[in-house]
Structure formats: structure tokens, C-alpha cells
Write a protein that binds this ligand. Structure first.
Ligand SMILES: [Zn+2]
Length: 409
């Protein structure tokens, strides 16, 4: 058993928790991802259950709060950090002769589990980059506990004297459930709220849903909650702030969506759209939209992918030659690849790391010559320099992992 405490640059494996007491019978455990515990006179409901390795600690914290049986576990969505920690609670229920908790999720969630199980190696590979997971750790979960019950559009639960409304909403995933607890005016929303620019257009993952995400946030704001329990980060309290937070992010998503649609209607191609879309100061400076995880550029990519094929408008790129063959031609014509590296160093000094990378890549991809090793070193420096000033965790980890793997397949 590897000790995973503190490993990885993302805090992903940290077991440090903070317990938030929202009301006397509603608590939120804040780890890397959050777990929401609702105590009622009919037992306990848990919304989102974290990583598999959180299980024993969730149980320990739960039992400091109440001895009541857990009757329901709701998966907010089917990602590894939200739907995998139930085993410890199921085992405890058997030991105490409590009824087995009933696990509920949206009907798309089991399909997601099926897909993950068919593509374990692939997901381990991409997550090792996205989260900069050390090589000696498993990159993806293995133990799948499927829901006992699924629903389609919405579902109402009664537990003791408390009501819970489950609402399906596409957003970061197609299987998200946000939950409304009317008596306490609490919205538990999983990754519909993550204290970051929404993670639409993740470079590794399947399509995500910006307009539906905006609609979900507007529906949550429409309930006028007193507490909003997010998938990650601290809760938001106070009706005014919650409405402002939700509607600001919804407006930003709609703003990007409408811009891309407008530019597509003007006949613009992907490159021009990606280099000219606007991200106004209001959004750039908003504490709700910092690009610490998702990124507006990624969102635009996702909107393009949603409405547009992969053709970029240049027929030269329809059946392109391998980049290594193009690089060999260019470097061969130049005669001296050192010219490219010298120019790349000048660009680097001027803060143009990205442009410099394109020049260095020509030498790296031409794959030979006495400048090859130099080019690899310069590429590592450039990627590390980009990582250092990159706020988005996903982009930063791609640069950092890329730097570590330069020259390796
Ligand atoms: Zn999450």
C-alpha cells in the first residue's frame, strides 16, 4: 500500500479535511472534493462520497456527528473524486445490522462507469498528465459501486421529515445531479460549482456542456438558497452572494457561447475565433471565474467542438504530412538548426515562450543533428517557464508533465 498523503502537486491526495457545520444537522467535509452530510429524523443522507480512499475517514467524521444509519448516498456525478467512497459505509452498515444504504444517481452515471471500465488504461494515462500523478500511483479507480436506483429528469426523496429534490443537469458531465433541500434552503451542487472558471473543454476529456451548465446555475439561483455546497472548495453562504455567484458564471458561459456562434455565422474558422474571442475584465477579475482549473480558451474549444467539425479551413491541413517530415524539410533547407535555437532563445528572453516552442519543435521533430540535445534542453526550459506563470492547474500540469517527458515516448 503506497502512502499517498501529500503526493502529487495538486493536493489531490491530501487527506486534510475541514468540517463545515452549516446548520445543526447539515455538515460538509471539505477534502480535495466535498462530502455533504444531511442528518434527519429518518437517518442520514450523504451527497457525494469522494474518492475510494476517503471512505474510512468519511465514516470516522460521520460517526463524530451522528450514530444514525446512512439511508441514502447520492452521487453528484460519476467522477473518481465524487462517487467512489461508499464501500466503508456499506461495510459498516452490515456490521451494525443497519439497512444497506440506497445509492441513487442519474441514469447516465452507470453508462459512464461502463465506459471507464472499458478504458481504464486510457484514463490512467490521461489523468497521470492532467493531475501530475506520480508514476508509482494508480491513475484511475478500479472499484465501481453502481447505483441501486437511477432517475431521468428529477426525483423527490423523503427522509423522515426532510425533503430532497434531485435534479439532472448536464454541465461538467452528462450525469450531474444537483440537490435541493427546501427546509434548510441548501443547494448541494457537486461540480456545477468549483470556485474556478468552469471546466468545460478539458483538453483530455469528452464533450462538456456550457449552455446547460449556465441553465443549471440559473435554476439554482432561482431557488434563492441560503447555502451553496460546491463540489470543491468552501461553501457559499448568503442568498445575495449565491445568486450573484451563480448568475455571474452563467452569464460568462452564455457570453462565450454566443460569441462563438456569432463568429461561426460570420464564416470564421477556429484559429481566428481562438485568437480573437473576448473575455471581458468583469469575468477575468471575478473571484468566481479565475482560470485556476478550467480556462476560457478551453471553453471556446469545447463550443467549437460542439458545433463544428475538425476541419480548420486550410485545405493543406486536410490530409497533412507528418510533422516530423515537415520539420526535416525546413531544417534541411535552413542548413543550420542552430539558427532556430538562437532565435528561440531571443524570443524566450522577450517572453514569447510559446512562439519559441514552435521553433524548437522544428529541431526536435527533425530528430537528428548536433543541435538535437540542445533543442530538448531548451524545450524543457520553455515548458517549465510556461508552467511557472500558468494559473490553470490543467494547463500547468500538461507543461510540467511535458517537460518531464521531453525526449521520451
Ligand atoms: Zn470534482
Amino acid at each position: 500500500m503506497v502512502d499517498i498523503e501529500g503526493l502529487g502537486s495538486t493536493g489531490l491526495f491530501s487527506r486534510k479535511s475541514k468540517v463545515h457545520e452549516l446548520t445543526k444537522d447539515v455538515h460538509m467535509l471539505q477534502y480535495w472534493s466535498n462530502i455533504c452530510i444531511f442528518e434527519t429524523d429518518g437517518g442520514v443522507l450523504i451527497y457525494d462520497i469522494g474518492f475510494e480512499f476517503y471512505g474510512p475517514q468519511i465514516l470516522e467524521e460521520l460517526r463524530k456527528i451522528t450514530d444514525k444509519p446512512v439511508r441514502y448516498i447520492i452521487y453528484g456525478h460519476g467522477h473518481a473524486d465524487h462517487a467512489f467512497g461508499a464501500q466503508a459505509i456499506i461495510n459498516e452498515a452490515a456490521e451494525r445490522a443497519y439497512p444497506r444504504p440506497i445509492i441513487i444517481a442519474h441514469r447516465n452515471l452507470p453508462l459512464r462507469f461502463d465506459r471507464y471500465r472499458h478504458m481504464l488504461a486510457y484514463h490512467a494515462h490521461i489523468n497521470s498528465i492532467q493531475f501530475e500523478i506520480p508514476d508509482n500511483l494508480p491513475g484511475f479507480v478500479q472499484n465501481y459501486i453502481y447505483p441501486d436506483l437511477t432517475y431521468d429528469y428529477s426525483m423527490q426523496l423523503q427522509l423522515g421529515s426532510r425533503t430532497f429534490l434531485l435534479n439532472h443537469n448536464m454541465g461538467e458531465t452528462d450525469d450531474t445531479t444537483w440537490m435541493w433541500a427546501p427546509e434548510t434552503k441548501i443547494a448541494a451542487v457537486s461540480d456545477l460549482w468549483v470556485w474556478s472558471c468552469p471546466n468545460v473543454g478539458n483538453p483530455f476529456k469528452v464533450q462538456r456542456y456550457e449552455i446547460e451548465w449556465a441553465q443549471g446555475l440559473e435554476a439554482i439561483a432561482g431557488r434563492e438558497p441560503d447555502f451553496l455546497l460546491p463540489g470543491h472548495g468552501p461553501p457559499i453562504t448568503g442568498r445575495k452572494e449565491i445568486i450573484n455567484a451563480c448568475t455571474t458564471v452563467a452569464r460568462a458561459l452564455r457570453f462565450l457561447h454566443d460569441q462563438v456562434v456569432h463568429m461561426l455565422n460570420q464564416g470564421k474558422w477556429q484559429e481566428e475565433i481562438l485568437h480573437t474571442f473576448e473575455w471581458p475584465d468583469e469575468f477575468q477579475k471575478s473571484p468566481y471565474l479565475q482560470s485556476i482549473y478550467g480556462h476560457p480558451y478551453f471553453i471556446v474549444k469545447a463550443i467549437l467542438r460542439r458545433y463544428h467539425g475538425w476541419y480548420d479551413g486550410n485545405p493543406s491541413h486536410l490530409f497533412p504530412t507528418r510533422s516530423t517530415d515537415i520539420a526535416k524539410e525546413i531544417v534541411g533547407l535552413l542548413g543550420d538548426p542552430k539558427k532556430l535555437l538562437d532565435r528561440a532563445r531571443v524570443l524566450k528572453e522577450g517572453g514569447e515562450q510559446q512562439l519559441a516552442l514552435h521553433l524548437v519543435d522544428l529541431v526536435v521533430e527533425s530528430g537528428s543533428g548536433d543541435q538535437y540535445e540542445e533543442a530538448l534542453k531548451l524545450k524543457i526550459d520553455l515548458l517549465n517557464a510556461l508552467a511557472e506563470c500558468e494559473p490553470s492547474l490543467i494547463a500547468r500540469n500538461i507543461f510540467k508533465t511535458g517537460a518531464r517527458r521531453v525526449g521520451k515516448k
